[in-house]
Design a protein around this ligand. Structure first.
Ligand code: ME8
Length: 507
């Protein structure tokens, strides 16, 4: 089956930060997991380069929007690589191929009677690229998100008849109660729709940085319309000489945060209906990472800078922390101190030490060969159903739910090793069979959790599976007992080394 997953395309008006990393990593976990399942996966991320957010930032810096976009798009690309994202393509809305698709679609919208000429009068926030109703404003005239003073604008432009989609959208929500997840976000979007939909401007007259309206060269396509169609346009040109649209459209899931719910859960399906394009199957809305926790950490200082974390602790540690600390779908705080806690207690102790311990026992008690034995029934019970549980969670985009389920088994394996005390059996030749079963069970359990952890901590999981002499990381391999004994184990360095406190900065 095909599985097409997207992140938002990020604005190039600023630097990539932890919030962007969060969404990209979560989407990457899903993409990697679905590949493990043998699905035909396409994973898209990229940059949103038009409109006021970028044009104004460029003006402030005294460069052209294109220069700013070129510079920052490179940074976003580099971040995707740095976090080990396995995106199949990186779209930039300044790509000429994307322009062509947007022009064609707005032309089609007009031909279909969904576009009319009108006058917009009201408030507009250039940072959100969003029109604000009077009731949304703070202190009478400020953007509720950016708290900047907005001016009342009046301009003639082209309107999209969103109001005509009130009923079709209500029907979409009634027929597909899980098309927006989690359910609180579904309710929020539905109540926005039920509150009455107003037509919105499909074009802007004031700026020129964007896709020209084909029948009116004085206007450019509203940046959100331009941006949303990236999910569709990318498939047409991501692979040279090949159109992937039939293979991957409609998208399986768009992963976004709650800031852009309205655009994805209301505007987007209406635009697609108008353009007579099939709707994506799901939008998943995650929460915000709250980063204002100023507790001091020994090695990281007081801000969780993702690049610093990756430099000091490695990419896997950051990926793990983000998806473990905050329930995916809810808001939650992240902090350097919280990071260190999870790194030391969970990654280094619960997983890293478990791995080292099991491998060193196999090395010293069984000359480095995983023994042949029947796996212990209690472990088999503990791990039964785990693959299905992880699949069920990830089908519903519960990225941290799946990780919790896996981690519970990491803890169960630790208990198993602790309680079965193989070091005692190793001293008694009569208990050789028992020792074989414990070592085989522990190795097999470690292998199973590592296959399932692969999407979250890919570098570490590959190291561990290699050291276990079992490199198959398909989901079928994640069944307890699938591999059995006989493998020769290899060397495993320290997976999550202790990091000493950073020297106090002398700057
Ligand atoms: O909105 N916590 O781009 P953007 C969690 N170009 N996620 C966060 C976050 C935080 N504190 N801050 C940002 C745009 N994000 C548009 C999108 S899509 C067709 C166009 C993540 O650069 C989260 O995914 O402002 C959020 O939705 C996105 O960055 C917004 O990125």
């Amino acid at each position: 089956m095909s599985y097409y997953i997207t992140t938002p395309i990020y604005y190039v008006n600023g630097e990539p930060h932890l919030g962007h990393v969060y969404t990209t990593v979560a989407a990457d976990v899903l993409a990697r997991h679905m590949r493990q399942r043998g699905e035909d996966v396409f994973f898209l991320t990229g940059t949103d380069e038009h409109g006021e957010p970028v044009a104004q930032a460029a003006e402030r810096e005294g460069v052209t929007p294109r220069d700013l976009a070129d510079r920052n798009a490179e940074r976003f690309k580099a971040v995707a690589t740095r976090v080990n994202a396995t995106n199949d393509f990186f779209i930039r809305t300044s790509d000429p191929e994307h322009h062509a698709v947007v022009s064609e679609i707005v032309t089609r919208l007009k031909a279909g009677g969904h576009v009319y000429e009108g006058t917009y009068e009201g408030f507009y926030c250039p940072r959100c690229a969003d029109f604000k109703t009077d009731s949304e404003l703070v202190d009478g005239s400020k953007c509720p998100i950016h708290l900047i003073e907005l001016e009342r604008e009046k301009e003639d432009n082209w309107f999209f008849r969103l109001s005509a989609f009130q009923e079709p959208l209500e029907r979409l929500y009634a027929d597909h109660p899980e098309w927006v997840l989690p359910s609180n976000r579904y309710n929020e979007a539905l109540s926005f729709i039920k509150g009455g939909l107003r037509d919105f401007s499909l074009s802007r007259a004031r700026i020129s940085w964007g896709v020209q309206i084909p029948w009116d060269p004085d206007q450019v396509v509203y940046v959100w319309v331009d941006a949303l169609f990236n999910y569709y346009s990318a498939l047409a040109y991501a692979r040279q000489g090949e159109d992937l649209t039939d293979r991957f459209w409609p998208a399986t899931v768009h992963v976004i945060a709650k800031d852009i719910l309205k655009f994805h859960a209301v505007f987007w399906p209406a635009l697609l209906m108008a353009a007579e394009i099939e709707l994506p199957k799901r939008v998943f809305i995650h929460g915000y990472l709250l980063m204002d926790d100023h507790k001091m950490s020994k090695s990281l200082g007081n801000v969780l800078d993702p690049f610093h974390v990756m430099d000091v602790y490695g990419t896997d540690a950051l990926r793990y922390y983000l998806l473990r600390e905050v329930a995916f779908g809810q808001d939650g705080s992240v902090s350097p101190e919280g990071f260190e806690n999870r790194y030391n207690t969970e990654l280094a102790n619960e997983y890293g030490n478990l791995a080292r311990r099991v491998l060193s026992m196999i090395a010293s008690y069984r000359d480095g060969l995983v023994p042949e034995a029947d796996p212990p029934a209690e472990l088999a019970r503990e791990l039964a159903g785990l693959v299905e549980e992880v699949q069920r969670c990830l089908d519903r985009v519960e990225v941290s739910g799946a990780l919790d389920a896996i981690w519970n088994r990491v803890r169960a394996l630790n208990r198993f090793v602790q309680e079965s005390e193989p070091w005692k059996a190793a001293k008694d030749p009569e208990r050789a069979g028992e020792l074989d079963a414990v070592l085989l069970g522990a190795a097999e359990g470690l292998r199973v959790v590592s296959v399932l952890l692969y999407p979250y901590i890919p570098e570490t999981a590959v190291k561990l599976l290699t050291a276990l002499g079992r490199e198959d990381r398909s989901l079928d391999a994640a069944r307890f007992g699938a591999a059995g004994g006989g493998a020769r184990i290899g060397e495993l360095g320290q997976l999550f080394p202790k990091v000493e406190a950073a020297e106090p900065s002398t700057a």
